[in-house]
Design a protein around this ligand. Structure first.
Ligand SMILES: Nc1ncnc2c1ncn2[C@@H]1O[C@H](COP(=O)(O)OP(=O)(O)OP(=O)(O)O)[C@@H](O)[C@H]1O
Length: 323
């Protein structure tokens, strides 16, 4: 279910966007909107056109045709206004190895004319103990969290997070999921760019699955799962039972099975899965895996692109491209 009331001004409007690089069409007539308080999953395999779209909305790349508006601003003519309102976690971030986490946040605040309060943001991403350490000594996961803290500077209206769970351990991933929900709940629009993964799906109000620069499908996760003509249950694997949650009593949970490898919690109602994960995150449960039993969105994607190949003769994506 989307929280975005269509009467509100979208935080991100993409209209008939096309970007060509010579013979290659990276983005092909793409249109979508993301509203305040909405998490939109921008999913697709390698080379689908996700980064190109994000680069256009940040004015790093200019479109061949079509338009993008961020809070009503055109990135091409009002890049400063756009950057002030957008928080970005890029796919790969360059850091100053000798500067501390605190200095990085001060720098981000200066760029956005925002209030520099690094400590609170670093606490939120779990780097409270590393505020004054040089980033040169940070692990991959710590760098990812620092990038996220920098994206949060200035309370952005639109958060653009590229693979936000990549390289994170279960505790790090839980923190990021919680943070995304908090940002959504304060009214930010969130564009989550990722390969098609079940971990990401549990966070999204809607998803658009991109292939060769165009959407093969855009809908709520629930409705997309309904299109899969199979058992729609999702199995969550936890490291252990969280002490203060009665798993069997959670809405949407149909069975709980304790095994040596962890506690398997089955949700038959896809609509409830997101709130079950949110409840588990709030209880600091360690979520090891999310597995769409009867069919994942990735399978739906493959089916849809396969159908397309049958009808258009265009080649279907190689299996390894979506892994
Ligand atoms: N500067 C460029 N010059 C030429 N082709 C490009 C350029 N940037 C992207 N492309 C091509 O555009 C297409 C879309 O690439 P893009 O990086 O946007 O995909 P993506 O969905 O972000 O992929 P990934 O998941 O691998 O990051 C690809 O075919 C890519 O090779």
């Amino acid at each position: 279910m989307t929280r975005f009331d269509s009467g509100e001004t979208p935080r991100l409007e993409v209209d008939s966007l096309t970007k060509r690089y010579g013979e290659v069409t990276a983005v092909d007539g793409l249109s979508f909107q993301v509203g305040p308080g909405e998490v939109f999953g921008f999913l697709g395999p390698n080379g689908a056109g996700k980064s190109t779209t994000i680069d256009i909305l940040l004015d790093f790349v200019r479109p061949t045709s079509g338009s993008v508006r961020v809070c009503g601003h055109d990135p091409e003519t009002a890049p400063r206004a756009v950057r002030r309102r957008v928080g970005v976690l890029p796919e790969a971030t360059g850091y100053y190895e000798r500067a501390s986490a605190r200095e990085h946040l001060r720098f981000a605040a200066e760029m956005k004319d925002a209030d520099p309060t690094p400590e609170r943001k670093l606490e939120r991403v779990g780097l409270g103990d590393a505020v004054d350490r040089p980033v040169g000594g940070f692990s991959k996961g710590m760098r990812q969290r620092l990038g996220l803290a920098m994206a949060l500077v200035g309370r952005p209206d639109l958060l653009v997070l590229d693979e936000p769970l990549a390289g994170l351990d279960p505790a790090g991933a839980r923190r990021v999921r919680t943070l995304v929900r908090e940002e959504r709940d304060r009214g930010a629009a969130v564009l989550l760019s990722s390969h098609i993964t079940e971990q990401i799906e549990t966070l999204c109000d809607r998803v658009g699955i991109l292939s060769e620069g165009e959407f093969v499908v855009v809908d709520t996760v629930t409705r997309l799962r309904e299109r899969l003509d199979t058992d729609r249950s999702v199995v969550l694997t936890l490291a252990e039972r969280p002490p203060e949650v009665e798993l069997e009593g959670l809405t949407g949970v149909t069975s709980v099975d304790e095994r040596e490898a962890g506690v398997r919690v089955t949700c038959r109602d896809p609509e409830a899965t997101g709130s079950v994960v949110a409840r588990l995150d709030a209880a600091d449960a360690t979520l090891l895996d999310v597995d769409g039993r009867g069919g994942s969105l990735e399978q739906l994607f493959l089916t849809l692109t396969d159908d397309e190949r049958e009808t258009t003769g265009r080649p279907v994506m190689a299996q390894e491209a979506v892994e």
